[in-house]
Design a protein. Sequence first.
Length: 323
Amino acid sequence: MELHSFLLLIAGFAALLGGAEALVRGAVSIARRLRVSELVIGLTVVAFGTSAPELAVNVFGAWRGEAEIAVGNVVGSNLFNLLCILGLSALIRPLAVAVSSVRKEIPLSLLAALVVAVLANDAVLDGGPLALLSRSDGLVLLAFFAVFLYYLYEAARSGRAEAASASAATTGPGTPAALGLTLAGLVLLVLGGQWVVSGAVGIARALGWSPSLIALTVVAVGTSLPELATSVVASWRGNTDIAVGNVVGSNIFNLFFVLGTSAVVGPLPVAAGANVDFAVLIAASVLLLLAMFTGGRRVLDRWEGGLFLAGYAAYVTYLVAYR
């Protein structure tokens, strides 16, 4: 079993790397040819595609009545996205962040974390017997997601209008080839994420880890590996808008759509100690926003990326010690 799990890990990593390269190349080419900003592509096609593993894990888990890992998976994935992925990407290349991200998308991701934290605290706020995300809570989250989709539509439309008179470069694969690369990249990312999660969970269980620890670490990190591969490759290639948009868009997608859909399928219980995880997620979102106003404005510098990575290491240390 452990050999099988290890082989799944290796195959998953290979699929993730290949999928990330194909997705970035295809998405950048589509953005240039449609005269849509790379940030919008990062917030939509790339972000939603790389969040497919979180969606699959949570919805199937809720459908089968195994929803106890759903909230931990999303919160853990978002923390990994913010602290580890952005941190590592910034170490590779300082990340210049678009004005719209600082003013709108990053604050929206902070709002999403706050909304989920409030909805998940029935026991504290209402004195209810259980802490869970109910079906009505899921509908509230999906309503927020609908507003986010409308914002993306307006951003894409205005972006195309501004670029209509620009002579954007159209080098790279043609439109059919770019669409094929993007689709192939998404398929490889989803398959790679599933293989890595299956292999990692098998190894973790063999080591005797608890379900909550597996959800917040192995499953969360495994389902975020598409975001990791995509953002690192995008940063390496200099497409920093895609690197940042992928993470911020994925976090919003995870909190509003993935948790919203999962809660509608079946109410999601919130594990004891989850408020610590919510607090860390909110703090990380605030830290990212504050980083936009230090040093080089609207730039996540290398030293800040190192700080983010240290923060994630401290969080994982806490999980291993106390969960």
